[in-house]
Design a protein around this ligand. Structure first.
Ligand SMILES: Nc1ncnc2c1ncn2[C@@H]1O[C@H](COP(=O)(O)OP(=O)(O)OP(=O)(O)O)[C@@H](O)[C@H]1O
Ligand SMILES: [Mg+2]
Length: 270
């Protein structure tokens, strides 16, 4: 980890607690005339597993993309360990996009593995190209992770020879290669056949047990209930309600949250 990251913490005299791992403050984001994030506040503490839930189009993926600096925010700020990485104060902190993406990994719904590369090549490419890791170091880390995630015998396979669940596990391995401090997961099970969902959820559960800080966009309420330390329900561009899963699912406060959970329940997904 670079020493530069803690050199410019943003002082907040009102916040006496420990510095959150991630802190989104009044974040705004529009696409054209459509305001997607509308003054969104969200904090994620070390070892938290925060599940973002809400109807399709409410902005879950947008939040993850903004955190990983794939989409610029229009207003507000995003802090990593108290250092602004997006927003007006982010210039001159010494924490650029490359460092942010090394410290915050992201896994997408659609895997995004390169079809012309085998698993080993796919997972070692980023660390070697973007982060200057040597081939032998990258391959040894890759083999360790592929073993850990049940892909030890698949390193020479190409993505089209793997199941969806195996592809998704390879995509998660790729994100873990550079030992991120935070992992963002965007609907990582929704492209999978139901019988493959369980194996990927098992991997996420293992990562949670290992203490990795994660933010997940998910439609899997059962999983959110089981693995989340906190569930955040998005509505109209901000977090309408956020609570520990036991409380959130058993006793939601807001009428809109109740309505959402009712619909999810009627669809048999709760
Ligand atoms: N690149 C883009 N250009 C224009 N509009 C976009 C873009 N990305 C997202 N949007 C719009 O922003 C809104 C939020 O999209 P987002 O993908 O964040 O929703 P989501 O909560 O992840 O939905 P889902 O559950 O379907 O994945 C949607 O109305 C979407 O159409
Ligand atoms: Mg999405």
């Amino acid at each position: 980890m670079s020493d530069s990251v803690n050199q410019n913490p943003v002082d907040d005299p009102l916040d006496a607690g420990p510095t959150p791992k991630l802190d989104l403050r009044s974040v705004e984001k529009s696409f054209g005339a459509k305001r997607v994030l509308n003054g969104l506040d969200l904090t994620v503490d070390d070892h938290d597993v925060v599940c973002l839930i809400g109807p399709s189009g409410c902005g879950k993926s947008t939040i993850l993309r903004c955190i990983d600096l794939l989409d610029p925010i229009d207003a507000g700020s995003i802090l990593l360990d108290g250092v602004e990485i997006a927003g007006p104060g982010s210039r001159g902190t010494g924490v650029g996009a490359n460092e942010v993406r090394r410290r915050i990994g992201i896994v997408f719904q659609s895997f995004n593995l390169f079809p012309h590369m085998n698993v080993l090549q796919n997972v070692t490419l980023g660390p070697r190209r973007a982060h200057g890791v040597s081939r032998s170091e990258a391959e040894s880390r890759a083999r360790e992770l592929l073993d850990q995630f049940g892909l030890g015998d698949k390193e020479q396979e190409y993505p089209n020879k793997l199941s969806g669940g195996q592809n998704q596990r390879a995509a998660i391995v790729r994100a873990l290669m550079v030992r991120p401090e935070v992992l963002l997961l965007d609907e990582v099970t929704s492209a999978l056949d139901p019988e493959l969902v369980g194996e990927v959820l098992g991997v996420i559960r293992d990562l949670s047990d290992q203490g990795l800080t994660m933010v997940l966009a998910t439609h899997e309420m059962g999983f959110a209930r089981e693995v989340a330390t906190r569930v955040a329900f998005l509505h109209e561009g901000w977090v309408l309600e956020s609570a520990a899963p036991a409380q959130f699912f058993a006793d939601p406060v807001e009428a809109r949250t109740k309505q959402f959970l009712h619909r999810v329940s009627q669809a048999g997904r709760l």
